[in-house]
Design a protein around this ligand. Structure first.
Ligand code: PLP
Length: 477
């Protein structure tokens, strides 16, 4: 075997040429999308046709077209008309840290498999803990996404709060967590993975502003205890996914403290507001939480997928997966901060800290203030436009950059309006000039926009509403 393929695959010269070419292609792509000069956010194709294309390309496609085809057939988050799901249009420098990570490919599980990124991760975590208002006892780590981080936090809660050492003995105990009915579905899923079952997830209704109704907490707690459950945790959303409304973290924190249960905050979307001098107050009381999740790939300009899981008592982060109850030994925490796999779900994880650290090093923490504040301000602005437009109705006054609204027509009833609004969303998707999503709240279908792009302006909002009106009018009989 002459190993020609291996030589080609590992050729530094080929890599240099291809990488330069790709960087040029991506820089052109960014220019067109950020300025909004490319006409479409998405070139929509149905799944079966997309599959057919790629199946055929593998056999007949020209390799030199591959990158351009991938770009053409992907959704463009940097376009100002992208107002869809909560994923960052990344700061381009994190494309470079991604490449650094991919080539170095340090596995991070133990210290020597990632010395620099392990130490950088500690620096980043310390900075986040400081911004939250935690003291020196706090600690945490980076992990693969909000879903996994929420599950990890709830496992930590169970380890600390449940009477029985379930990690050692297994369980048939009746455990419960309390959470808003509007929380992200991954909390429900985490609880089920933990064996809590349907009745172990106590969903507290929201108030008229879609925040967890704190007036119902005491009764819900008492009822759960009366039914023989041990409540281990209360979860707050900051904000909840569908509506973008922050729960009252201060009240939730006090309640959890009073009951001696774990307080967890899912700030996957809005935790980045710790850096915003204008919007930080939305997170009032967050330092009372035993654990907090913040996604880097949502409101912090980083590529998927990187999440910070932070613990008020750092030792709790060392206990989640500990086999033996030797966790009162403080020195083990110092000993083990650098062997990250002992605390994370992952054995191998990518060098996530490169993104966080590089953004902090190059732009300073004010970059996060500018990003979050700009997007939340845009959310407020779009909210005002919708409030004063008689063709539209907001589900709730926005608190962040997430807005739920619908087209209304005064003589149409709910089923018709639901049909019109989901029709609008489908047409927008197929047309590809704008990208927004839809959600259903209390039986009502809303269009849902998350302003993720700091280069979106009022003109883009007005153009979107004009297009929606244009689509809706022919649907009204
Ligand atoms: C509030 C909230 N929590 C958790 C998640 C899940 O995070 P991830 O997609 O990083 O797993 C989301 C995703 O939208 C979210 O909005």
């Amino acid at each position: 075997m002459d190993k020609q393929l291996l030589k080609a695959a590992y050729s530094p010269q080929d890599f240099r040429e291809n990488a330069h070419q790709l960087v040029d292609i991506l820089a052109d792509h960014l220019t067109k999308t950020i300025n909004g000069t490319s006409s479409k956010v998405i070139n929509w194709e149905v799944p079966s046709e997309e599959y057919k294309f790629w199946n055929d390309f593998l056999l007949n496609g020209n390799p030199s077209d591959l990158n351009n085809e991938i770009i053409k057939r992907s959704i463009h988050l940097h376009h100002p008309n992208y107002m869809g799901h909560q994923i960052s249009p990344v700061a381009p420098v994190t494309g470079l840290t991604s490449m650094l990570n991919a080539i170095l490919n340090n596995g991070m599980g133990i210290y020597e498999m990632g010395m620099a990124p392990t130490a950088m991760e500690r620096v980043v975590i310390e900075q986040l803990c400081k911004e939250i208002g935690y003291d020196k006892k706090a600690n945490g780590f980076l992990t693969s996404g909000g879903t996994l981080a929420n599950l990890t936090a709830l496992l930590s809660a169970r380890k600390k709060i449940a009477q029985n050492d379930i990690w050692e003995k297994g369980h048939s105990d009746k455990l419960a967590i309390m959470v808003s009915e509007e929380a992200h579905y991954c909390i429900d899923r985490a609880a089920r993975i933990m064996g809590l079952g349907e009745k172990g997830i106590v969903k507290i209704p929201v108030d008229k502003n879609y925040a967890l109704n704190t007036k119902l907490l005491e009764d819900a707690y008492n009822k759960t205890i009366y039914e023989g459950y041990e409540v281990i945790a209360l979860v707050g959303s900051a904000p909840s996914t569908a509506t973008g409304i922050y729960d009252d973290l201060d009240i939730l924190g006090n309640f959890a403290l009073k009951k001696g249960i774990w307080f967890h905050i899912d700030a996957a979307h809005g935790g980045g507001a710790i850096f915003s001098s204008k919007y930080k107050s939305l997170l009032k009381g967050m330092q009372k939480a035993d654990s907090i999740v913040i996604d880097g790939h949502k409101m912090m300009m980083m590529p998927s997928i990187t999440t910070a899981l932070l613990f008020k008592e750092g030792i709790d982060s060392h206990n989640t997966f500990r086999q033996k109850a030797d966790y009162l030994l403080q020195e083990s925490m110092e000993e083990d901060w650098y062997n990250l796999a002992k605390r994370t779900f992952e054995c191998t994880k990518y060098m996530m800290s490169l993104h966080w650290y590089t953004l902090l090093k190059i732009y300073g923490k004010d970059i996060f203030d500018e990003f979050v504040t700009t997007l939340y301000d845009l959310g407020q602005r779009f909210g005002k436009i919708l409030e004063y437009d008689t063709n539209f109705e907001l589900a709730v006054k926005p608190m962040s950059n997430i807005l739920c609204f619908r087209f209304i027509e005064k003589d149409s009833d709910l089923p018709i309006l639901n049909k019109i609004n989901s029709g609008i969303r489908q047409k927008l998707l197929e047309e590809g000039e704008f990208y927004i999503v839809q959600t259903k709240i209390k039986g009502i279908i809303y269009l849902r926009a998350t302003i993720m792009n700091p280069f979106t302006t009022e003109e883009h909002f007005l153009a979107l509403l004009k297009r929606i009106r244009g689509m809706a009018n022919p649907m009204i009989k």
